[in-house]
Design a protein around this ligand. Structure first.
Ligand code: F0G
Length: 464
């Protein structure tokens, strides 16, 4: 008898659990006291006061049994460790790129690349949207970081499949208008700063062609390359029958180099790399890195870290995992919407963004509606998310006493990989349903103490 059962609606984790970590279970009164002690800034909370830590998907993955086993094999030789060669092979097999340089995390790869490449005045680095640390590393050399996102990127109601794309016309005209001044183009996949939105294969191919015509190096920030490749497989015409690994390989084939924070799609708790085809550039990076990162075959990592990353890079292209991952984030987004809390759509690969401005119209931008939602999610449910609105991205000048809001008031709930289960997701949605009717009575915040730069990490708030 051949039976054809329908596909299950329930999303399951394609793994079982071997090691557990208890969740911190606190009462609302305990959380409220912790929040007051942290001056209402969620970055100030000790992790043992947080039940669901959705601050970031970076470095927060659960490692697999295979990764932990590989760590025991870690070769801690200073130079030429066996672990380096296994790591090098894993990155070469994935990317097809030549020189593989380990770094302690993504921003150190950015630092080294920018320092080696941006060695003339008046230079520009273009991208679909540079991540904050990428921008900071570009600008610390005196060069300018320019974002050229496609038109769909900032349309909150657009359901476009590839809102992470670069604007090809603007890319072309910027290069033409600034001859010999564009030192590098970086494509960030997925595009984290705009909600983890994917970039299409076509867009990557065309951006590369433009760079090639003008002899400008084209690099890929591939922190979330596997999630991006999965979106390409699911959404882009003609890609359905290819594997995620094949798609990723094609994506990397357009790169003259790649840089990665391996704390995301390599399931690492730490680590990163720079992969470069150009011999002279690789030599310059290796010369520089000895000063800050370490010898070129360990780059600030222990041998055991490189072993874990080599395995993680192979595991992440597993399509059962990716299907579960993307469906689970979408399920979370849909669930939050079903509570009447608007989110940014379509949902990206690694996080759901609550549209705090639309949820709390009673709170003006400079009373920080995102902070109000983030604090309420913590106080009432134990979720730690992060405000991505006027606290983080608004412009302020302490000397002149001026402040202007960010374009959008959002709260990011980033999902660590393989760490929380579907029942955790169900619990969070259920509790958000209970919280939703009370949101209209939330009040805003004022900032009582703040540093000159990057205030969101350390500023102090008072409830209005
Ligand atoms: N590039 C992208 C696209 C990133 O998302 C990050 C980090 C980095 C580079 C820097 O890497 O942290 O290893 O030095 N994103 C984290 C986040 C911090 O929460 O989105 P790193």
């Amino acid at each position: 008898m051949s039976l054809q059962l329908p596909a299950a609606k329930t999303i399951i984790e394609p793994f079982r659990i071997k090691v557990i970590e208890p969740l911190a279970m606190l009462s609302a009164t305990e959380r409220s006291a912790a929040l007051t002690k942290a001056h209402h800034n969620l970055f100030g909370l000790p992790a043992d006061k947080v039940t669901f830590d959705l601050l970031t998907d970076s470095g927060t993955s659960a490692m697999s049994a295979e990764q932990w086993s590989a760590m025991m094999r870690g070769d801690e030789s200073y130079a030429g460790a066996r672990s380096y060669y296994r790591f090098e092979k894993a990155v070469q097999d994935l990317t097809g790129l030549t020189h593989i340089i380990p770094t302690h995390q993504g921003r150190s790869a950015e630092y080294l690349l920018m320092k080696a490449l941006l060695n003339k005045p008046n230079m520009y680095v273009l991208g679909n949207t540079h991540f904050d640390t990428t921008r900071a590393n570009i600008e610390s050399t005196g060069a300018k970081a320019i974002d050229l996102p496609c038109e769909e990127t900032h349309k909150p109601n657009s359901m476009d499949n590839f809102k992470g794309n670069i604007h090809l016309e603007q890319l072309k005209s910027f290069i033409t208008d600034h001859p010999n001044q564009v030192a590098l183009v970086i494509m960030t996949i997925t595009n984290n700063s705009v909600g983890g939105q994917p970039v299409s294969l076509q867009n990557i191919k065309e951006a590369k062609a433009i760079c090639k015509t003008h002899q400008i190096p084209f690099f890929i920030d591939c922190a979330r390359f596997a999630e991006n490749a999965y979106f390409i497989q699911q959404r882009e015409a003609g890609q359905k029958n290819r594997t995620v690994a094949q798609i990723a390989k094609e994506v990397f084939s357009y790169g003259d180099g790649a840089l990665m924070s391996a704390k995301k799609d390599a399931f690492g708790n730490i680590g990163g790399f720079l992969a470069i085809n150009d011999n002279a550039l690789a030599e310059e990076v290796r010369r520089l890195m000895v000063i800050t990162e370490g010898f070129p075959t360990y780059g600030g990592l222990a041998g055991r870290d490189m072993e874990a990353l080599a395995v993680g890079l192979q595991e992440v292209v597993d399509e059962n995992y990716l299907s579960y991952r993307i469906k689970s984030v979408e399920y979370f987004g849909k669930g939050i919407e079903s509570c009447g809390i608007p989110t940014v759509k379509p949902w990206g690969g690694h996080a759901v963004y609550i549209n705090a401005g639309a949820t709390l119209p009673q709170i003006p931008s400079l009373h920080y509606p995102g902070q109000a939602i983030a604090a309420a999610l913590y106080e009432h449910i134990g979720i730690r998310g992060v405000e991505v609105g006027s606290v983080m991205l608004g412009h302020y000048n302490l000397d002149e006493g001026t402040e202007s809001p960010a374009p959008q008031e959002l709260v990011r709930l980033a999902m660590p990989r393989r760490a929380y289960t579907q029942s955790h997701v169900d619990y969070m949605i259920e509790m958000m349903g209970h919280l939703a009717p009370h949101l209209s009575s939330l009040k805003g915040y004022k900032i009582t103490k703040q540093p000159k730069y990057l205030r969101h990490f350390t500023c102090q708030f008072e409830k209005l």
